[in-house]
Design a protein around this ligand. Structure first.
Ligand SMILES: *Cc1c(COP(=O)(O)O)cnc(C)c1O
Length: 450
């Protein structure tokens, strides 16, 4: 295949991670004062930090740091947590406190940051026919099963706003994953309604081709399975994965086998900002992936201080389209981690979405949003309307625990400050939302999962 005839752009260095040990050096490079650097170190005791040689050398504009959006996307900010908490940890660091003393402050702080918005720790996981539970598998919407491979529970770099941040801070109890491939396959095989498997994480593309193939290949002969999706940030954080890594070509051949088996292979690429598309390496990765017959669909949350303006989204979607990628979702940031720091009110979110959407051609209007992935389902804010003198949000379910709710408009009182579904109140005389009144008997299972 022509895909593999193309040589890597240049001999590339192997992946090299930057962790909290490198923070002092990197924040100095960003021009932070000693106090600011210490505050960043304090925040990094609570929230995870990981960068790598590619994002540091190719993506971040160091002349613009610390305001550069790529820098903000990767580096903890001094004011991401309440000032008194940051000061307390900074004092401990300054005094050379023990790991135990630090932990005593850090752990309760993490617990206050809603570490499990997806309900992964307390959900009743799906069970096999023999009643064995299947950790690492989530089946909320009839047609799609999520699988969290155990070897894919990290990323090539961490986004500061990550809603799965808790699994990266090294607390084994917070992890939710499985390496039980046979059970996954059995589960999908015995559930004919499942047409999609979505490998997620972390980032499944941190797995090498041999491990990835162990998860993917057994799925290929399940007749009713139509699509395999891979949720990944690797195109932005380590495009070498598809171009110059030792197993890059093998990975593309694996993708070709999925397509040859008659399945849709979709890379659900997480792109947060148009600057992530600025390197030749990422464009080459996109070209090579598309040449396998895989489709790249793009999604990201709307994040204050990083991508909260329409021009940024317009530029991002248009760049995706130009390179053959398909815009898929704009998400609302979830209620976890340094949430207040990043949250964009729904009223602003819908304005930003509309302004950007108005300026892309129909090819880009495949994108949906702003969408909240919440307990009852994926709720899209369609807009603001005046109905009979009452100002309301118009919303609909894109996905729902109960398929009956999907695609039906519903209304909430307009609230300029609201940032999440639970801030909203029913409007136009209704006293409850669909999921608060309707029985969930239409749901394909009774699991209290997010
Ligand atoms: C978003 C999501 C899916 C996939 O939904 P699509 O609308 O088909 O992209 C599946 N399961 C869960 C839990 C999700 O949040």
């Amino acid at each position: 295949m022509t895909t593999h005839a193309v040589k890597p752009l240049s001999p590339e260095p192997r992946y090299r991670a930057y962790t909290t040990r490198h923070l002092e050096e990197l924040t100095t490079r960003a021009g932070l004062s000693a106090d600011e650097r210490l505050a960043v170190q304090a925040v990094a005791q609570v929230l995870p930090f990981r960068a790598n040689s590619y994002v540091v050398d190719e993506l971040i504009d160091w002349a613009a740091a610390p305001d550069d959006p790529m820098y903000r996307l990767l580096f903890p900010q001094p004011d991401m947590l309440p000032a008194e908490d940051v000061a307390r940890i900074a004092d401990l660091l300054r005094a050379g406190a023990s790991a135990q003393a630090l932990n005593a402050v850090v752990q309760p702080l993490r617990a206050r940051l809603n570490p499990h918005p997806a309900g992964q720790m307390d959900l009743n996981v799906p069970r096999l026919a023999n009643a064995e539970p299947l950790p690492g598998l989530q089946h909320k919407y009839a047609e799609t099963v999520l699988f969290f491979p155990q070897q894919g529970q990290t990323c090539h770099a961490y986004c500061t706003y990550c809603f799965r941040w808790a699994q990266f801070v090294g607390d084994a109890d917070l992890k939710f994953a499985s390496r039980d491939i046979a059970s996954l396959v059995d589960y999908v095989r015995s559930h004919e309604e499942v047409t999609n498997v979505l490998l997620t994480g972390g980032d499944p593309m941190v797995m090498n081709e041999r491990v990835l193939a162990r998860y993917i290949e057994p799925l290929l002969d399940i007749e009713h399975l139509e699509a395999i999706r891979i949720g990944t940030k690797s195109l932005a954080w380590w495009p070498q994965r598809f171009v110059s890594d030792p197993d890059a070509d093998d990975t593309l051949r694996l993708f070709e086998r999925v397509v040859a088996a008659g399945k849709n292979l979709a890379l659900m690429a997480h792109f947060s900002h148009p600057n992530e598309l600025a390197s030749p390496m990422v464009l080459e990765a996109v070209r090579r992936i598309r040449a396998t017959g895989a489709v790249i669909r793009t999604q990201a949350p709307l994040i204050r201080g990083i991508n909260d303006d329409a021009a940024t989204w317009e530029r991002m979607w248009r760049t995706h389209l130009r390179h053959g990628m398909v815009p898929y979702y704009m998400f609302v940031e979830r209620d976890t981690g340094p949430r207040d720091y990043f949250a964009v009110p729904l009223a602003r979110a819908v304005d930003i979405f509309r302004s950007a959407y108005q300026r892309v051609s129909g090819l880009g209007r495949t994108v949906r949003g702003p969408s909240m992935s919440a307990t009852p389902g994926k709720v899209c804010v369609d807009g603001v309307a005046d109905i009979g003198g009452e100002k309301v949000f118009v919303l609909h379910f894109i996905q729902a625990r109960n398929p009956e709710w999907v695609g039906r408009p519903f209304f909430a009182k307009y609230d300029e400050q609201a940032t999440w579904l639970f801030d909203l109140r029913p409007a136009l005389g209704a006293d409850a939302f669909p999921w608060e009144t309707a029985s969930t008997s239409g749901a394909h299972n009774d699991l209290p999962v997010d």
